[in-house]
Design a protein around this ligand. Structure first.
Ligand SMILES: Cc1cc2nc3c(=O)[nH]c(=O)nc-3n(C[C@H](O)[C@H](O)[C@H](O)COP(=O)(O)OP(=O)(O)OC[C@H]3O[C@@H](n4cnc5c(N)ncnc54)[C@H](O)[C@@H]3O)c2cc1C
Length: 264
């Protein structure tokens, strides 16, 4: 029976997020928060592996209290247990501090054979978390996994197809193994009403900085985060283009050449 962990992040719907031009901070007010879409793929892979070979799927997130909603979404989609790591002391964490808190807390939950992550988040999008988690878990790593992994519990191996720039490779790694999921060749399931209702009532395990034994205050939140973001700003817009539409391709070209000649 496999012990499977899925790391998920609740993110603002970036299509709706704007940057305040004065303060340079993200305007999150009124913007719905969603489960990071690649994490939904990661969860689906984990749940399908569990359904095929047996095991338990735990989802974990570090985030503010409202990240509980993302965990309930995961419970509705097949996770067995959900863990929220939330504390003001965790705020302003970069990936180093976030991976430290997640792995220290995950050790309280047991030893994990498989860990699934999205390749990157929609908002922070550093793509650094998975490698840091793999290092801290002392796990091997398969990145950009496309297919559902094949598990050999006897040999303790995981075999999966990985996407490369110009093709696909089949790779094998030893368990414990962390996999990052990007595009998947399967779709995340849509929960039915019964599992959605059950997810509303399910217990969420909660930890804060005081209830994770041995957590070093110097390695969490702002003090534990060497990455600082001095400025955030929207990309500067160019001068804008001009459409030449005279109705005749020959005249369009003539007009274009005229504009270019004017600039020379
Ligand atoms: C109180 C509080 C406030 C926070 N506020 C913000 C904020 O305003 N903006 C922000 O970007 N982050 C915030 N975080 C979360 C944390 O700082 C980031 O999640 C972390 O730095 C990851 O960076 P990334 O998004 O670039 O990860 P990436 O490396 O791009 O993420 C790759 C994968 O790692 C996993 N992952 C990423 N983050 C988490 C997480 N938090 N928990 C579990 N799995 C995760 C997911 O599987 C994800 O697909 C907050 C955390 C707390 C506790």
């Amino acid at each position: 029976m496999l012990n499977i962990l899925v790391c998920v992040k609740q993110v603002p719907d970036v299509n709706l997020v704007k940057i305040d031009p004065v303060t340079g901070s993200l305007i999150r007010k009124g913007v719905p928060a969603i489960l990071n879409p690649l994490d939904a793929n990661a969860l689906e892979a984990a749940v399908r592996v569990k359904e095929r070979v047996g095991g338990t799927v735990t989802v974990i997130t570090m985030g503010p209290d409202q990240a509980e909603e993302a965990l309930r979404e995961c419970l509705a989609a097949g996770a067995d247990r959900a863990v929220l790591l939330s504390d003001r002391a965790f705020a302003n964490a970069d990936t180093l501090a976030t991976s430290y808190v997640i792995v220290t807390a995950a050790r309280l939950l047991g030893e994990f054979d498989l860990i699934f992550c999205g390749k990157e988040s929609l908002d922070g999008a550093t793509g650094q978390m998975a490698s840091q988690l793999a290092e801290r878990f002392d796990a091997s790593q398969l990145s950009s996994v496309l297919s559902l992994p094949e598990i050999d519990e006897e040999d303790k191996t995981v075999t999966a197809e990985r996407e490369l720039a110009g093709g696909v490779e089949t790779a094998q790694a030893l368990m414990p193994c962390l996999m990052t999921v990007e595009k998947a060749n399967y779709r995340p399931r849509i929960p039915n009403l019964k599992s959605w209702k059950a997810s509303r009532r399910a217990e969420i395990l909660r930890y804060n900085s005081a209830t994770i034994p041995g957590l070093d205050p110097a390695q969490i939140g702002d003090p534990g985060s060497p990455t600082k973001v001095p400025r955030t700003y929207p990309p500067e817009k160019g001068a804008g283009g001009e459409m030449i539409r005279t109705g005749s391709a020959a005249k369009d070209v003539e007009a274009l050449l005229g504009r270019i000649a004017d600039k020379l």
